[in-house]
Write a protein of this length. Sequence first.
Length: 202
Amino acid sequence: MVDKADLRRYCDCLTEVRNRIDVATRIIDGALINVDDDIIAELLCVQLRKSLELVALAALSANRAYYEKAYIGIANVWNAKDILKEIGALHPHFYPTPIKFGGLDPEGRKRFDPLTSGFMTKEQFVSIYDKLGGALHAWNPHRREPRRVGAGLNFRKWFEHLETLLALHYFHLPDDDSIYVCELRGQGGKVHVHTGSPVQAN
C-alpha cells in the first residue's frame, strides 16, 4: 500500500494542476486584454507544460517506493516524458484511468464506469508535451519565418481533456490490491484520494 505521505504529495501535485487549469481557463476566456497574442500563447504553454509535468510527478510520488528500487536521484527528475517512460517500465498501468460515477450496485457499493473519450490519453500527453517545448525559448530574430507561438496549439481542448482525465480517476500500484480513486474537485473544492477494493461483477 502506498505511503500516506506519498498520497499527500500526489494530492499536492494535482492541487497545483487544478489551480493552473483555472488560471489558463480565465486566460483563454479573455481575462487578459491588450496583450500580444504570442505572449498569451506563451503563458498558456507554460501553464500546460507545467501541468503535465505535475501529473507525471504525481505518478512518480505514488510509485516512489518502486521507482527508488530501480533508479537513483528521485529528487532531481522533472522531465515528464522521462518520468512516464521510467515509471512505465516498472509499472505499465500507472497512468490515471478516468471514470464516472455509475450508481450503486445491489449491495449499496459505489460503481464507477471508465470513460472512453474526451480525455488526454498517455500518447496525447507525450505528443502535446513535445509541441509545447518550442514556446519556452526566445525567438531567434535571424529566422526567416514569422513568429507564431500559438499556431496549431488547441489550448482550450487540451486543458478540457486534461481536466476530464483528472476530474475523477483511479490508479493502482504493483503488488497492491487496493484501488486509489482521486477527485480533482472533491468536497470543499479540494483534491481527495480514497482507497478502495475492486469487486468482481457477478
